[in-house]
Design a protein. Structure first.
Length: 93
């Protein structure tokens, strides 16, 4: 059975804060974040807008990518997001 895993980036409404995570069910996880049950960080900083994601067939690849992105400076993360979502629309809608 083929399973898909996701590395994703959430943003606060004013795009000042980013959150990077990994999940096996992107829709469910984003809904958890939006409802305030996703993580303490996303609740505290109001990171509920899905602005970027990548899909993988192997969880270790998704985790590795998450770690890589977390190590980047903010400008590099912004440039990555802008490649697919320059207006920072909520991709979960």
């Amino acid at each position: 059975m083929y399973k898909t895993y996701y590395t994703y980036i959430l943003s606060s409404d004013n795009n000042s804060t980013l959150y990077i995570g990994v999940t096996g069910d992107l829709n469910k996880r984003v809904l958890e974040h939006k409802s305030g049950n996703g993580s303490v960080f996303t609740s505290k900083y109001h990171c509920h807008k899905l602005v970027y994601y990548e899909s993988f067939s192997d969880i270790s690849q998704a985790i590795s990518r998450e770690k890589e992105l977390k190590g980047w400076i903010r400008a590099k993360k912004d440039k990555l997001i802008d490649t697919i979502n320059p207006f920072r629309k909520d991709l979960s809608e």
